[in-house]
Design a protein around this ligand. Structure first.
Ligand SMILES: Cc1ncc(COP(=O)(O)O)c(C=O)c1O
Length: 484
């Protein structure tokens, strides 16, 4: 029985002169069925409607449908009409296997970025995949209620989206939030909504760097940033990181004339250290003297489980050197794809016209829903709850690691973020350990993947945010087996 009603008009190729109407229509419908353009179960219009739609006589249509039915392509029943059957497609024509020159040309000119994981991502994240917040704990009902209300009040967001920076009330809410919680000095005029930090990095890299321009990057550092800088043709200068963060003096020694620097000062990716005040001042001093920019990636600073919150680097900047970027991927959920860039005022318009080459703005609807979620206090509540829960999960991980991984992996004492780093104490390389863990069904990331130039730090990154206490403990037992 038909399940799908074909509601779209089927495009038929024009009829070659030598072909009869019947043969032409038969050929077109048969091809459409074999190619899946007419899906199994799709109901065809009644022969009378079909004939008038395509300017044919009804007799021609009936003849063709009868032939298709005799050959098993369609079925019909009085009262139900005619519908498409499930048929095996023949092997694709030989020419389909030949890749056209333009595709080969595009592929040859493109260097695929080194994937950061060779592991095939199986369904559902397994412990200890990084970048996964506790999605089950997200107040989806509240979100759904807000979304339904906004969807009904179509005009409340549809007409107001004239500003290419993003939905005004959301930018206001973000500016207020950043000022209160991160000490960021900005107005809503300087906030531009983007589809996450990765888009911000890509745009900034292409806007601020020309081919061959040097940029300092933390080593080890965030591979997503490296991909963006590499694709802009920039030259990434690996600057070592120690317990105080990026070594500004090392950067100045190797490349004092860099155009800019990319840093994660609140929670260095991947070592987890916080940049010291002295280093912050040194970095800002260098940037203002060199006329360089500093991209501050504040990807997960909301989660600090001990000590006072650390203000943003941007809050110390008096020379418009810092471009601050943030995301809702960790605080809410990554699939939202909403992040923000806080730009020095003179750069805003330029950034927007640059962005307009590929993308005008984010979905206004998502922005309106997010805005209400923040303005009604749900985000602050969710953050408080999550901070507590993630703190407990990290404690479970640290205690469990002491118990099960003693002598194998030593977890860093840093208590922040949604992942942590563990140093291998068993002589294994990071990649060996990653592969052995994978064989036990455990997803850990070898820290060597974050190195630009330095040697393998013999360490693993372990995400704990998305896994409850039981999953964490079971994961640790399996990891111990892999590393033993
Ligand atoms: C340092 C760092 N920056 C940015 C991101 C990604 O942010 P987004 O999802 O907004 O692109 C991540 C993701 O884990 C990250 O670790």
């Amino acid at each position: 029985m038909p399940k799908v009603v074909s509601s779209f008009e089927l495009t038929l190729k024009s009829r070659p002169r030598h072909q009869t109407l019947t043969n032409w229509l038969y050929g077109e419908l048969r091809t459409a069925i074999l190619e899946g353009r007419l899906a199994p179960g799709a109901r065809l219009p009644a022969s009378r409607d079909f004939a008038s739609q395509y300017g044919l006589s009804r007799g021609t249509v009936v003849t063709v449908l009868e032939r298709l039915q005799d050959e098993g392509y369609v079925s019909s029943r009085i009262g139900f009409g005619t519908w498409v059957n499930r048929v095996e497609s023949p092997r694709p024509a030989r020419h389909a296997a030949i890749t056209p020159a333009y595709i080969r040309h595009a592929m040859a000119g493109y260097k695929r970025p080194q994937p950061w994981m060779d592991q095939a991502f199986v369904a559902g994240p397994r412990p200890f995949r990084i970048g996964v917040p506790a999605i089950d704990e997200f107040p989806a009902e509240v979100w759904g209620r807000i979304a339904a209300k906004r969807a009904r009040r179509f005009g409340s967001w549809l007409k107001k989206e004239a500003d290419r920076r993003g939905y005004g009330p959301l930018r206001e809410a973000i500016a207020e939030y950043l000022s209160a919680s991160r000490g960021v000095r900005c107005t809503a005029e300087q906030v531009v909504i983007v589809s996450g930090i990765q888009q911000a990095l890509d745009l900034l890299a292409r806007l601020l760097l020309k081919k061959g321009d040097p940029i300092w990057m933390e080593d080890p550092g965030y591979f997503g940033a490296r991909i963006a800088f590499d694709h802009a043709g920039a030259r990434t200068i690996a600057v070592p990181v120690d317990e105080e963060g990026l070594s500004v003096s090392a950067g100045m020694k190797t490349y004092p004339d860099a155009r800019g620097a990319y840093v994660t000062p609140a929670h260095q990716f991947p070592l987890g250290v916080t940049m010291s005040l002295e280093r912050r001042m040194a970095l800002l001093g260098w940037a203002s003297r060199a006329g360089a920019f500093v991209i501050e990636d504040d990807y997960d600073s909301e989660y600090r489980f001990e000590g006072p919150p650390v203000p943003a680097l941007q809050s110390l900047d008096n020379h418009s050197s810092v471009i601050f970027i943030g995301t809702f991927s960790k605080t809410l959920f990554p699939a939202l794809r909403v992040g923000y860039v806080v730009l020095p005022a003179p750069l805003v318009d330029f950034f927007l016209s640059f962005r307009a080459r590929t993308d005008f703005r984010n979905s206004s609807f998502d922005q309106a829903v997010l805005c209400d979620f923040i303005a009604d206090g749900h985000m602050a509540r969710h953050l408080r709850r999550m901070r507590h829960m993630y703190g407990e999960r990290l404690t479970t991980l640290m205690e469990g690691a002491r118990r099960y991984l003693d002598g194998l992996l030593e977890i860093s004492p840093v208590r922040a973020g949604l992942y942590t780093i563990g140093y291998l104490r068993n002589e294994m390389s990071s990649r060996q350990a990653e592969l052995l863990a994978e064989a036990q069904g455990i997803e850990v990331l070898g820290a060597d993947r974050c190195m630009l130039r330095g040697p393998d730090p013999h360490a693993l990154l372990l995400g704990f945010g998305g896994f409850d206490e039981v999953a964490i403990r079971q994961g640790l037992i399996r990891l111990a087996k892999a590393l033993s």
